[in-house]
Design a protein around this ligand. Structure first.
Ligand code: NAP
Length: 315
């Protein structure tokens, strides 16, 4: 099979590679589309708990059909179309293995790039907003709103009936976010969020040096969900501010999809598919590129120019 492997942290090469063999409780998937995400970028830079070294294949999310199963794995899964979250990378390839616990059903009537563009990012956005207990009329701030997770968090928060302020990096990205449901847009390259602008819920995939400042924008009983660190891993000193604001009963939630039980993932995925079917959630594809352009795909993610999801198709 063809697979993209790491030559250097900046260069991937597409090579002939052995087809991976599913271990116990794993399935082999014929990949129709794979997502390129910030997780891959961080892992290539060695900033992720499982770094991607020379020879490794990036990619943590794929859609495709199960073609084989490992030992102690239900044979009935063969033939199923699935979305898979891969805990050990390997998605930038014609075939990938996934833990059974990491798969959810993929409907036949939705294209693979659309499913990948929704997939993991929508699970993160949906579960993050549910854990934050967002309710109708609340003010929600989405940081990194033009990113893969951000465009979906904006739409899902709106579907909850929230007022959504989307922070992004250009007027053009802001316009697109308005069409996706943002009630207000802030272009972070031109103006900062005012100190007296306060929020019930903050969905944060950005973190970085501004985290402390963003935590201070929480209203009494506000909830800040930290889901990622596209602007860098924050200084722990940032958490002094919720401590200082103890009297406002702030909640800081750390959220990783890796900790979510398979049943909760499936529940979230059912809700995401229902929102899509109701026309309240649309996949946003930045680019759909062939596997041969895997390094260009990751450069787009790394330099922050992508709006929505960068998708790779193996053939
Ligand atoms: N919690 C989980 O389970 C989970 C799952 C998947 C990914 N993640 C993490 O979530 C984060 C975002 O992932 P993603 O796939 O949405 O990435 P992405 O598509 O690259 O989006 C990140 C967005 O953040 C904004 N941004 C980037 N650099 C910034 C900076 N220096 N300052 C302010 N804003 C900046 C940009 O949006 P604008 O230009 O619109 O501002 C960018 O599009 C990553 O850290 C990733 O590892 C977490």
């Amino acid at each position: 099979m063809l697979a993209a492997i790491v030559r250097t942290p900046e260069e991937l090469a597409v090579v002939d590679a052995p087809v991976p063999v599913p271990a116990a409780h794993q399935v082999l998937i014929e990949v129709e589309a794979a997502g390129a995400g910030y997780v891959d970028v961080m892992a290539l830079r060695g900033e992720y708990p499982t770094p991607l070294g020379t020879g490794a294949t990036p990619g943590v999310e794929v859609v495709g059909r199960v073609t084989a199963v490992g030992p102690d794995t239900p044979a009935e899964l063969v033939g199923d179309r699935v979305l898979a979250v891969l805990t050990a990378f390997g998605g930038f390839a014609e075939k990938a293995v996934a833990d059974v616990e990491g798969i959810v059903p993929a409907p036949d009537d939705v294209g693979a790039p659309d499913l990948v563009a929704t997939g993991v990012n929508a699970l993160v956005a949906e579960i993050a907003l549910r854990r934050a207990g967002v309710t109708e009329g609340e003010r929600v701030l989405v940081l990194g709103a033009g990113g893969g997770i951000g465009v979906l968090a904006t739409q899902i928060a709106r579907a909850h009936g929230a007022e959504v302020t989307a922070v992004t990096s250009s007027a053009a990205r802001g316009e697109r976010l308005r069409t996706l449901g943002a009630t207000r847009v802030v272009d972070r390259t031109r103006s900062a969020l005012p100190d007296d602008d306060t929020y019930d819920v903050i969905v944060d995939t950005v973190a970085g040096p501004a985290l402390g400042r963003h935590l201070r924008l929480l209203r009494p009983n506000g909830r800040h969900v930290l889901c990622g660190a596209a602007a860098g891993v924050p200084d722990p000193a940032a958490f002094a501010s919720p401590l200082h604001d103890f009297h406002k009963s702030p909640t800081v939630l750390f959220f990783s999809l890796n900790s979510v039980a398979p049943r909760d993932r499936r529940h979230s995925w059912t809700r995401v598919l229902a929102l899509m079917a109701e026309g309240r959630l649309s996949p946003v594809i930045d680019r759909c590129l062939p596997l041969a352009e895997a390094d260009a795909a990751l450069r787009r993610v790394a330099d922050g120019t992508a709006f929505g999801k960068v998708v790779l198709v193996p053939r």
